[in-house]
Design a binder for this molecule. Sequence first.
Ligand SMILES: C[S@@+](CC[C@H](N)C(=O)[O-])C[C@H]1O[C@@H](n2cnc3c(N)ncnc32)[C@H](O)[C@@H]1O
Length: 319
Amino acid sequence: MRLRDDCGLARFNANWLSRRELFLRSSPFRWATGHIITPALRSAFQTFLPVEEFLSDLQRLARKALPDPSWIPRILRTSQVHTARRSASHAPPSLPELWAMLPPQLAGRVSFTPDQFTQLLCAFADPPQFGTDLARYPDQAAQLRRHVVDRGAATDIAVLDLGCGTGQGTRETAFLFAECGVRNPRAVGITAEPIEVWMATHRRLPHRPEREVALRALPPQSDVYFVCGDALAPPLCDTFDIVLCNGLVGGRFLQKRPAFHTLLTQCRSLLAPNGVLALANSFHDGALVHLQLFATVAKENSWTVEGTPRDLWLQPAIR
Ligand SMILES: C[S@@+](CC[C@H](N)C(=O)[O-])C[C@H]1O[C@@H](n2cnc3c(N)ncnc32)[C@H](O)[C@@H]1O
């Protein structure tokens, strides 16, 4: 991803550094990881360094720097920046709370070098709390391995990974199939953020260098593609033997019965005969109620449901 040089970063830096200077004259605050944000501190930050304005300014930079406005990460898109105070949007209520969402090398900063700005945009698209990484769902991987062996490794396999993020799980699954002896494993990952698609495609994680090293060490498979799209309306007309949907259902992105219904309908039409929908997650226990609801909705719609809410294995009734 090559950001345009003339996006106005120098002006942004000068403005926010001088505002921070004013703030520091009134408050001895120094950012540290784990800092407790009291209401008084939040209010002081909002007076001098309002997070909505910070995000709006970053959005203007991103609009100029990125190849297309559609690449602007969700947290910077206008509607959410403007509704930050009023709704439980993705925008945090103050700058320190935004910093707390960022990798350590970016937290506490109001100015950025061009490389740091690239990292920041990547971190907005793939914040650390997504936790996307290799080897995240070992039980699911073991089950996929058994499944491939049972159905005969000699046959080709196509997998679709809905909500693939930066693509570690997609690539790992293609590699797992190859290890099992599948001749032509094909994998397609779909995710919401164009910058995630760029990272997944190029195996780049500028904001998480240690994870990038691990991702690049994974033996590459030839038939792996990433697409930007909505899991509830995937831009595909192929069918797949396996659909993965990890870390999406039950989390903040997908919690409601109508969305579950739509997802299941989509998956039914995307699955080849005898296809499987596998869902894993590492959400906190608060998500269990949503995950249980998802399993209920699947059963109501004639899916066979096996496993635990954290590791589901579903098949639609034979058509
Ligand atoms: C918590 S991450 C999980 C990533 C990966 N599947 C994993 O389990 O490690 C959720 C991902 O879903 C993507 N996402 C959210 N809503 C989506 C949607 N409606 N369609 C496709 N992807 C979505 C986010 O951009 C994010 O990358």
